[in-house]
Design a binder for this molecule. Structure first.
Ligand code: 4F9
Length: 256
């Protein structure tokens, strides 16, 4: 996977290239990164990339022209093949989901715009951005960290990135549910033992317990995920019985 990043702060991406799973995946040749600084494509001697907003108001707006010039340079550099989708990390975007990450991980290349200042000229977004992506309903100082979160989520799914690919299949959201709780040594911590079933060696019972823990945790914290999974036919009869028992427990006055 090739990533082309339009950013005023390319050094921030060292966090991905130098540490952890993403760094190892880079060494394994599973992905590559090129950063493109809009300042290098500015039209004036001051290397301006932002200007005041028409209509007034606080903050500055990223100008369209340096961004278009950066895109043209990326196209020229990529030379071959089809052009990659252009994604802008923005709180106005569609909230990112694991399902979308899985789709994006299949693309051979992605161009990401990590913007700064208050905004990006809307004409650039309308003409050149294929999709705006939000990583949550909050604002950070720029699109670099959101871009890195998107990249990390993609990279760890690339074949060969994780030493044990089962990790990606069993974690939160992979099955449309939150992950179950996990335990390791010691067997008793501050008087609390590990749940006995996990020591039973009974694989089917352990799998059922984990499934029920996932269902219960998701039901309590993110009930809309249960609805989504049900709508996709992702709950079997045993799941439904367990969820019905949770709902009954939640309504103590109700005999049903
Ligand atoms: C981007 C916040 C995506 C959430 C970009 C400031 C952003 C963001 N999701 N905040 N620049």
């Amino acid at each position: 996977m090739r990533f082309d990043l339009i950013t005023l702060f390319p050094a921030m991406f060292d966090a991905l290239t130098r540490q952890g799973i993403t760094s190892r995946a880079l060494e394994r040749g599973l992905w590559s990164l090129r950063c493109w600084n809009p300042r290098d494509f500015a039209l004036d001697a001051y290397r301006s990339v932002d200007d005041r907003p028409y209509g007034g108001g606080p903050g500055m707006v990223m100008m369209a022209e340096p961004l278009v010039a950066a895109l043209r340079a990326i196209d020229a550099d990529r030379a071959s093949a089809s052009s990659a989708p252009v994604l802008h990390l923005s709180p106005r975007g569609r909230p990112l989901t694991h399902a979308r990450v899985l789709e994006l991980a299949r693309a051979p290349a992605l161009t990401l715009l990590a913007s700064r200042y208050e905004a990006v000229d809307q004409r650039f977004i309308d003409r050149y951005v294929d999709e705006e992506v939000s990583i949550g309903d909050f604002v950070v100082s720029g699109g670099e960290l959101p871009a890195m979160m998107l990249m990390d989520a993609i990279i760890r799914l690339l074949p060969g990135a994780l030493n044990d690919p089962r990790s990606a299949q069993e974690e939160s959201f992979a099955a449309g549910l939150l992950d179950c709780p996990h335990y390791t040594r010691p067997e008793v911590f501050e008087n609390e033992p590990v749940p006995a079933v996990l020591l039973s060696g009974h694989h089917a019972r352990i799998a059922r317990w984990r499934r029920e823990q996932s269902l219960a945790g998701t039901f309590a914290r993110r009930p809309e995920l249960i609805e989504g999974l049900r709508a996709q036919g992702g709950l079997d009869a045993a799941d439904e019985r367990f969820l019905a028992s949770l709902a009954a427990d939640a309504r103590p006055g109700d005999p049903g």
